[in-house]
Design a protein around this ligand. Structure first.
Ligand code: HEC
Ligand code: HEC
Length: 211
């Protein structure tokens, strides 16, 4: 390779890494609140599996204005350029757990509560299933709160619901509603079993304890 060709090659590589969306995630301070893999803060949801639960277009909308989507959200407005937003939405929609490698943060087997938080159930159903997340176009305009509903399930029904996921009923014929993802591709039977045990403890809580 001549010097000239090598120089051009190096320029192309360095330009590509300047547009590296993983670097944008750090440069915009996202990691102060969010984890991808084991590194990052925890005042926002863990994003290691965000691509399993959120489509790219949803992430792009969310980044445009978290507050427009959820008026009481703790996530600050980011003021991203359209290009950075698109790059981040693409990068995040590809995060399906690979940043953990073969390890899982809940390897201390059977900890359904940790799975609930780190796999991101919490990002849609809220802490301890308390709800509060808008779902424009979905049933009642909200992602369901879990506690009281779960009392109607037997454990095996609950596990098969988690495995299959659910397409949210589109109340007004819009397509924007968020669906409940199917979890059989990312959680093992043992993990689903631990998760169901945790969910059933939520069903037994007196709803008054949540407030
Ligand atoms: C000050 C903390 C903070 C910063 C900084 C922050 N976020 Fe957030 N983020 C949050 C919180 C809190 C939520 C949960 C919102 C809610 O449910 O109200 C959230 C939610 C999200 C979600 C939705 C997650 C899901 O699964 O539903 C995405 C995607 C996201 N943030 C990406 C980003 C990106 C990208 C950046 C950087 C450009 C960023 N965040 C910066 C706190 C933060
Ligand atoms: C991207 C958002 C999202 C995520 C993440 C998510 N869910 Fe859901 N979930 C939904 C929606 C929306 C529904 C309602 C679907 C419908 O209308 O039938 C739902 C329904 C449910 C139900 C059934 C409630 C009922 O109506 O009977 C259970 C149980 C449940 N989710 C548990 C979980 C668990 C456990 C996780 C994590 C492994 C999880 N969900 C992750 C959005 C989500």
């Amino acid at each position: 390779m001549s010097f000239r060709v090598l120089t051009i090659f190096l320029i192309v590589v360095s330009t590509a890494s300047a547009a590296n969306p993983a670097a944008l995630f750090d440069a915009h301070g996202c990691r102060a609140c969010h984890k991808i893999g084991e590194r990052g803060g925890n005042s926002g949801p863990d994003l290691t599996m965000v691509g399993h639960r959120r489509p790219r277009a949803w992430i792009d909308d969310w980044l445009a204005s978290p507050r427009a989507f959820k008026h009481d959200t703790q996530m600050p407005e980011q003021g991203l350029s359209a290009a950075d937003r698109a790059a981040l939405a693409g990068f995040l929609s590809e995060q399906k757990g690979q940043a953990w490698g073969t390890a899982r943060p809940w390897r201390t087997a059977g900890d359904g509560c940790v799975i609930y938080v780190r796999a991101g159930c919490v990002a849609c159903h809220g802490p301890a299933g308390q709800g509060g997340h808008p779902n424009p176009g979905g049933r009642g305009g909200m992602i369901p709160r879990l506690g009281p509903l779960l009392a109607t399930y037997k454990k095996d029904e609950l596990i098969s619901k988690l495995k299959r996921g659910a397409v949210a009923d589109a109340e007004d014929g819009q397509t924007a509603a968020v669906d409940m993802p199917a979890w059989d591709s990312v959680l093992s039977d043992a993990e689903l079993d631990a998760l169901a045990d945790y969910l059933l403890t939520l069903a037994q809580r007196d709803p008054k304890d949540d407030f």
